[in-house]
Design a protein around this ligand. Structure first.
Ligand code: G3H
Length: 318
């Protein structure tokens, strides 16, 4: 992770003058999607870059220590060794950026990483994920427990009720408290954009989250009916840029929810490069939150190396 964002005082005047031009955002998103993506070895290199930015996620009611262990092993060896060797990348220590699990599975993930002698970060969703509709005291305690179990990154969800009713001061105060409960753990703040009703609300919620000290802002939980979209990403990354220009603090971006294909991961990287520059193409400032994206990326890399698509049994860990 890069240097932490300490946050600022809540600047309500800035928040209140925010207006987002919807047509301009939609047009820009179309341009990003319409651009040709890189091919051949450049594409393979970009796909490996995408791998290193993935928060490899499992957030299911039937998660167990064994599937969490399997997730951790996959995060540590995300692409088959022989494929990496063919690309002369086998000694580069390629892993995903982190694994992401529910709070009650953090201890399992930490144990698996320890057994593998790895310090790969374990992230946990918290604060009543995904809806955030539990008492503040409960949400704060959940953060503390996940940190005590060894999570070094916490993905909090914002209180959408506060955002939708324009209670920005109350939202700021809650997020500040989450930041404090995180201690040294880095905090990613999930806006749940599919439930924020307008781009203007998304921009305002992004600003308030950053002012309250979020190290990353994240689009979605993956559980809303609309998750990571390119237009909403344009709004959020522009808020990141404006906040950086105003304060000098760099905040990361994490699109999450419904990102499944290698092709999409290339568009996300292109969007970051064009909107925020090369510095935001590293796991310190960019994450892709995804449960099934890695399988398609590995499949595309297999195709690049062998010239054919893998049968299911050839990429069993995917
Ligand atoms: O934070 C990550 C998301 O929950 C993952 O969503 P996904 O299962 O649609 O990839």
């Amino acid at each position: 992770m890069s240097a932490r964002n300490p946050g600022t005082e809540l600047d309500l005047e800035w928040v209140s003058r925010v207006r987002v031009n919807t047509q301009a955002v939609l047009k820009r998103a179309q341009q990003v999607q319409g651009r040709k993506v890189v091919k051949k070895q450049w594409q393979a290199a970009w796909l490996l870059r995408a791998v290193t930015c993935i928060d490899l996620t499992t957030l299911a009611g039937d998660d167990t220590p064994s599937n969490v262990h399997r997730l951790c092993m996959k995060a540590l060896q995300p692409v088959r060794h022989d494929l990496l060797k063919s690309m002369d990348m086998h000694e580069k220590g390629i892993t995903t950026a982190a694994v992401c699990v529910y709070p009650s599975r953090v201890a399992d993930a930490v144990k698996s990483m320890k057994v593998a002698n790895s310090s790969l970060p374990v992230a946990s969703v918290a604060t009543g994920f995904p809806a955030g509709q539990t008492h503040l005291k409960t949400r704060l305690e959940e953060v503390r427990l996940a940190v005590a179990d060894g999570a070094t990154e916490i993905d909090i969800v914002i209180n959408r009720t506060l955002a939708l009713t324009g209670q920005w001061q109350a939202l700021y105060d809650e997020i500040r408290q989450f930041r404090e409960a995180c201690g040294d753990a880095h905090m990613k703040t999930i806006l749940a954009v599919g439930e924020l009703a307008s781009f203007t609300n998304v921009y305002k919620a992004s600003l308030v989250s950053m002012m309250a000290g979020s190290d990353f802002i994240k689009t979605s939980t993956g559980k809303e009916s609309v998750n990571a979209t390119y237009p909403v990403a344009i709004v959020m990354v522009r808020a990141i840029r404006d906040y950086y220009l105003q304060t000098g603090h760099k905040v990361g971006f994490k699109p999450a929810g419904g990102i499944r294909t290698a092709q999409e991961s290339l568009v996300w990287l292109a969007l970051m490069k064009q909107e925020l520059g090369d510095e935001w193409l590293r796991p310190q400032l960019f994450r892709l939150g995804a449960s099934s994206l890695l399988a398609d990326i590995e499949r595309q890399i297999y195709h690049y190396v062998t010239g054919r698509y893998a049968a299911y049994h050839e990429l069993p860990m995917a």
